[in-house]
Design a protein around this ligand. Sequence first.
Ligand SMILES: [Zn+2]
Length: 329
Amino acid sequence: MAEASKQDLIMGVDLGGTKILAGVFTPQLKLLQSAKLSTKADRGFAAVVERIARCVSDAVDEADATLKQVKAIGIGAPGAVDPESGEVIFAPNLKWEKAPLKAELEKRLGIPVFVENDCNVCTLGVHEVELKGKPKHMLGLFLGTGIGGGLIVNGQLYGGFNRTAGEIGHMVLEVNGPKCGCGNQGCFEALASRTSIFRDIAKKIKDGGKSVLPDMLQQGQQIADLKSGDLRKAIRRGDKVVERVIEDAAEYTGIAIANLVNILSPEVVVLGGGVMDALEDEMLSIVVETARDYAMPGTMKNVEIVGSKLGDHAGITGAAVLARQNGKF
Ligand SMILES: [Zn+2]
């Protein structure tokens, strides 16, 4: 691609528990090329760093560019991140503790690297690219395997005292609710994430609920191995078990948003993540209605609740925004 032949470039990397996605961007945040690689987290930290570097090189090569043109790399990593040191403090689905991601990757690539929590990064991407940086106060909410969020306050990503703000998935919505991965009970994530949705559907089917999902399984697959898109197909085929669980998840999402709107008064709430991308038509209107029901009178005035259009690209886009904000050009 001639466009990438000589100019400065930035890169955004979305590091997930199962896959790594790397995108090559112009400094104006136009995506030129991307590459994907499995994470293979079970091979350990050093091997994953190696794979990130390989994915970065692959994307650069796809763009007919060289690593020398890349001026900064942003990375969204799952879990608790110290953006100052670039250390991943704790990432349960990678089994990392105190992992010096910035230092190791800079050593390997010789390019400045900036690390942030993945949901903060997605929020940055939505704010800067999708909403053109316009809303002063915005909330990003991502429903996937887990639930995470990010806050934009006064136009900036808000980290708070410990730089851990935005852990929206662990807001307790049911004091005696199901157990959460964090050790608590009744967190939003334990009620409306992909994991909890499949847990509830599997239980209803086990208890005799009639669903089309068992017929959709390939040999050796379990209900939890299906994708969010399969849930949409099931609902469209009239599956009441799936519909009910998705309605409940949408209601909990609405209640979570009502709480957050009461506290933060954002101008826009943007919803993304695999569950929301696949089931927006089924969930969004229930989310909006429930949020309006539960929020304090007056607090929802002119507040928009919308689905993100960035889909799978939210992570790499936001990571490129992070690189642009921190890199020197
Ligand atoms: Zn929790």
